[in-house]
Write a protein that binds this ligand. Structure first.
Ligand code: NAD
Length: 330
């Protein structure tokens, strides 16, 4: 099978590429390396079945050929990460909404019918909380959510683009609403919490918890996420509707910090940083994020294999083994 991955040098994209190469497929990854890194795919480049092109999806002269070759397309390229999202709202709209349109228009123009998966995000739930987050729940957005709303609505736009192109042009598009994903190759630079905690614990620095730490999140290992995406793409039960992808275990961020300290045996303390200091005064956090994955399980039989403890231990082991020298933990 020929697989095209936009954002293929990114965190999730590189794991997906690895999974498909292990399946014996050919993988073509395109990425502008804005948050993705060549080091993420360095080992894959040795495989004769892996091709990579550094390009902006919106301005890529290889798109027509890549789409024509593809049996399956994973569209992951996006402006992501809390810091980038807050700092670059125009780029968020250009890449996230514009890039998706460019890609889907090219598929229509090609006349082909590849299997397509589009990565959405749990951020589409906006300020909805205190209720179970299944795909039927009403979405709540208010302007004080600040810059995060731009990202959330760009991802909601992606879902609507997928549904529109499915209905009007018959494209077989699955929509994965991804909740927090963690694991090797996730960079701490853009505001992701677990790589920051692991790096701080290993260095013996205080673990910086934003806010009071009572906000909860659910973390899914990236290798489970990649498997779920593989199961959703081209799956007749998953076309044209959003499907939550994540792990249902919920943990307050303060407990995540304690867990990292415990697993690492670090003498680090915990330091609380007000949200205003971390992200600017207008920032408001989301209190809770836990997916209901019934739709995913019914469509695919998916069950996560990695516990949070296993993921943390794996990250600590890699960090201690000096993976940081390759830039993984910048
Ligand atoms: N990691 C998570 O917890 C999470 C949660 C929800 C949704 N998602 C979604 O999953 C997808 C992958 O995210 P990730 O966590 O792997 O982040 P990532 O930053 O590692 O991956 C995104 C990739 O897209 C690339 N990219 C950005 N703009 C591009 C452009 N114009 N042209 C080509 N490539 C471009 C980046 O360089 C990067 O490699 C994104 O669509 C994101 O919205 C991720």
């Amino acid at each position: 099978m020929n697989i095209l991955i936009t954002g293929g040098a990114g965190f999730i994209g590189s794991h997906l590429a690895e999974l498909h190469l292990n399946n014996g497929d050919s993988v073509f990854a395109v990425d502008d390396l804005s948050t993705g890194r060549r080091s993420n795919i360095e080992e894959l480049l040795d495989s004769g079945d892996f091709r990579f092109e550094a390009a902006d999806l919106l301005d890529w002269d290889g798109l027509e050929e890549a789409v024509a070759e593809a049996d399956r397309i994973y569209h992951l390229a996006a402006v992501v990460g809390m810091f980038r999202v807050l700092d670059e709202p125009v780029e968020v709209m250009r890449v996230n909404v514009g890039g998706t349109e460019v890609l889907l228009e090219e598929v229509v123009r090609s006349g082909d019918t590849p299997e397509i998966l589009i990565a959405s995000s749990s951020s589409v739930y906006g300020k909805t909380h205190g209720v179970v987050l299944d795909e039927e729940v009403e979405l709540v957005f208010t302007p004080e959510a600040g810059g995060l709303t731009t990202y959330a609505l760009s991802k909601l736009a992606n879902e609507l683009q997928a549904i529109a192109y499915h209905r009007e042009h018959g494209l077989g598009i699955s929509i994965a609403r991804l909740f927090n994903t963690v694991g090797p190759r996730q960079a701490g630079t853009y505001g992701y919490v677990l790589p920051r905690f692991v790096s701080q614990a290993v260095k013996g620095e205080p673990l910086t918890v934003f806010g009071d730490g009572t906000q909860t999140r659910s973390f899914c290992d990236v290798r489970d996420t990649a498997k779920a995406l593989e199961l959703l793409a081209g799956n007749g039960n998953a076309i044209g509707k959003p499907i939550n992808v994540g792990n249902t275990r919920e943990i307050p961020i303060i407990d995540l910090a304690r867990l990292v300290i415990e697993r690492s045996g670090s003498s680090s303390d915990i330091e609380f940083i007000p949200y205003g200091e971390a992200y600017g005064e207008s920032f408001r956090t989301i209190g809770q994020r836990r997916p209901v994955i019934t739709r995913l399980v019914e469509a695919t039989g998916f069950q996560p294999k990695w516990s949070l403890e296993q993921t943390i231990d794996d990250l600590l082991e890699r960090q201690s083994a000096g993976v940081s020298s390759k830039g993984e933990w910048v």
